[in-house]
Design a protein around this ligand. Structure first.
Ligand SMILES: NC(=O)c1ccc[n+]([C@@H]2O[C@H](COP(=O)([O-])OP(=O)(O)OC[C@H]3O[C@@H](n4cnc5c(N)ncnc54)[C@H](O)[C@@H]3O)[C@@H](O)[C@H]2O)c1
Length: 334
């Protein structure tokens, strides 16, 4: 399945142009189309808004027109938006055809392409429609990241930092002595980091493909993050970084996490261009959290860290989360 540290030219063996169709977006195609001479391709506009029924309908119609059949392989080349769309489309087109991914964002490599979840949005409700189905292959070529804008690197690093927090302190140690520029300069180090993250997500996902338990720890920092993202217009990575800081406060209170870790995490977030403070309306954010699907009555399922590198879910009183948001907001105000 995995071709980590690979070369994009391996695609010609994995999915030859005669039976493959590429799905990608305008940015990726503009920067990298020269690698894919001879492939039929469908190029979408960039951005989350593409993850819609309309896109799936349009793409399916175009596939039919191109004569795509049960023996065709769809290849998603792009970030998480493209791999989600490709995986979902391939799962439903003609009741399911073969697909593979060439992730081109750090987030795509360490997160979105792994685990078999493929989803589209329904308006503001993210990933409401989807399937769980594994790609036949995932091909990494770190050269593809050269064109990635800084903000997208930071988005990916938020998830890298998360893996360190929930499962592997070695990742945190590496992050503490490096920064974005360093990883760009030493591709071998970047590869090691990516492989470590893929390993973490894979282990968690293969132990719990249907998300009944363990997989929930991947949501560390994401409960508050989703609300920050919607209310404050932050990028996903920025929101996840801040959400992890809120989750640390809660972990200190309910799971015995040493408060020194929060300071350590702040330093790491800064190194990767992520914010550590935010002015926001606590009531508005808490209101959104109350309507979160993970909430039952006055309690909320929350991922906490008893210590760095270890995570589990706890059902917490909603008031405790609101209190942590209050204190985070006050601290940000200083
Ligand atoms: N299925 C899952 O398990 C899973 C997990 C996490 C996230 N996701 C999904 O992933 C999506 C976010 O993924 P993303 O952050 O990769 O965003 P994205 O795919 O929207 O890409 C972000 C931006 O970077 C551009 N880009 C991508 N690769 C590039 C490159 N090599 N050079 C220059 N520009 C490039 C894109 O065109 C886009 O503008 C969300 O929709 C999220 O729901 C899915």
């Amino acid at each position: 399945l995995y071709h980590l540290n690979g070369d994009v030219q391996e695609l010609r063996q994995l999915a030859p142009p005669s039976r493959a169709i590429i799905i990608t977006d305008v940015h990726v195609w503009a920067a990298h189309q020269h690698h894919f001479d001879g492939y039929r391709h469908l190029v979408l506009d960039a951005g989350e808004a593409q993850k819609s029924w309309k896109t799936i309908e349009d793409l399916a119609a175009q596939l039919l027109q191109m004569g795509a059949h049960r023996g065709t392989t769809l290849v998603g080349i792009g970030g998480g938006t493209i791999t989600d769309i490709t995986g979902f489309l391939a799962s439903v087109y003609m009741r399911g055809i073969d697909f593979g991914f060439v992730p081109t964002t750090l987030l795509g490599m360490v997160d979105a392409s792994i685990g078999g979840k493929n989803g589209i949005n329904m308006g503001p409700n993210k990933n409401m429609i989807g399937t769980i189905r594994q790609p036949r292959f995932i091909l990494h070529d770190n050269q593809l990241l050269h064109s990635l804008p800084d903000a997208e690197w930071s988005n990916g690093f938020a998830e890298v930092i998360k893996y360190g927090c929930i499962a592997d302190v070695r990742i945190l140690k590496t992050l503490e002595i490096s920064d974005l520029g360093w990883f760009r300069k030493y591709p071998g180090k970047l590869s090691e980091l990516i492989v470590g993250c893929v390993d973490v997500k894979n282990k968690i996902v293969s132990a719990d493909e249907q998300e009944s338990g363990l997989r929930k720890i991947l949501n560390f920092g994401h409960t508050a993050a989703h609300a920050f993202e919607r209310v404050c217009g932050l990028s996903h990575g920025q929101a996840v970084g801040l959400g992890m800081l809120v989750a640390c406060r809660i972990s200190e209170q309910f799971a015995g996490l040493d408060s020194g870790f929060r300071t350590q995490l702040e330093q790491i977030l800064k190194r990767y261009g992520l914010p550590t403070a935010l002015e926001f309306d606590v009531h508005q954010v808490a209101g959104l959290l109350r309507s979160d699907k993970k909430r039952t009555d006055d309690a909320i399922d929350f991922v906490v860290l008893p210590r760095p590198g270890v995570a589990h879910t706890r059902l917490l009183p909603f008031a405790a989360v609101e209190e942590a948001l209050q204190s985070f907001s006050r601290a940000s105000d200083r």
